[in-house]
Design a binder for this molecule. Structure first.
Ligand code: ADP
Ligand code: MG
Length: 238
């Protein structure tokens, strides 16, 4: 179970206020998408949730427990990055299992969990290959596999499809939705792609300049935008 609550979350780099007084609750098992133009603070928000960036002010709660003091590896989250650097000399199986190996999970259990993860992503037949022998879409799946092989209350995905071509992005959207249903976990998904946000989300949170503009289900974001920015960014009819 993982509800993620952001309370008056704030972050500045020097004079540059990047996340400004953000209040947002992501419900357990929700698929919430954070959208907004490049530079609006989406990645910084995710990085504060997972602990890769220190909170400037405010607090992050997992199920009402403040986690601001916890290092990234002690938080019940797993993050997928935009650039999915795989270990080039390791096989797909070793790439996916690496985090578990670091956590000293017994070898037999690693094998089992990697096999299950690969099956859920449709890449079981690729386990013996090296990254250079994979297509872009296959690599993306391996990167996802590395994140979801770890059991976590919440999965944070930072533009995981942005390096893929349009066709593959469409396929992967469907895959990700299926994965969300299968895992039955909280997903916080970041994209600057309005179509992705509209098609995948339970709710969409629109940010601009570090400020949350609106958080609502897709049909409300589209049909009842809170302001001109949301309307123009999401392409609502005038
Ligand atoms: P987004 O993911 O929405 O594109 P980011 O959260 O990556 O936006 O960045 C928001 C702003 O914060 C940008 O202006 C960026 O240059 C700045 N920023 C992000 N990380 C750092 C950092 N470590 N040091 C200084 N500025 C940063
Ligand atoms: Mg970003």
């Amino acid at each position: 179970m993982a509800q993620v609550r952001l309370e008056s979350l704030h972050k500045a780099f020097g004079d540059n206020v990047v996340v400004d007084d953000l209040d947002l609750t992501i419900e357990d098992r929700e698929f919430l998408t954070l959208v907004g133009p490049s530079g609006c603070g989406k990645s910084t928000t995710l990085r504060m949730i997972c602990g890769l960036e220190k909170v400037g002010a405010g607090e992050v709660y997992f199920d009402d427990e403040p986690v601001g003091y916890l290092p990234a590896n002690k938080r019940d989250v797993s993050m997928v990055f935009q650039s999915y650097a795989l270990y080039p000399h390791k096989t797909v199986e070793q790439n996916i299992g690496f985090a578990l190996q670091m956590m000293r999970v017994p070898r037999a259990e690693i094998g089992e969990r990697v096999a299950r993860t690969a099956a859920s992503l449709g890449i079981s037949e690729l386990l013996g290959r090296k990254p250079r022998e994979l297509s872009g879409g296959q690599r993306q799946r391996v990167a996802l596999g590395r994140a979801i092989v770890r059991d976590a209350g919440a999965y944070l995905l930072d533009e995981p499809l942005s390096n893929l071509d349009a066709q593959l992005r469409g396929d992967m959207r469907v895959e990700l939705k299926r994965l969300h249903a299968d895992l039955s976990r909280t997903f916080i998904y970041v994209t600057h792609d309005q179509v992705e946000a509209m098609t995948m989300s339970d709710r969409i949170a629109v940010m601009k300049g570090g400020v949350l503009q609106q958080c609502a289900p897709p049909e409300d974001i589209y049909g009842r935008p809170a302001n001109m920015f949301v309307a123009s960014f999401m392409g609502s009819p005038p």
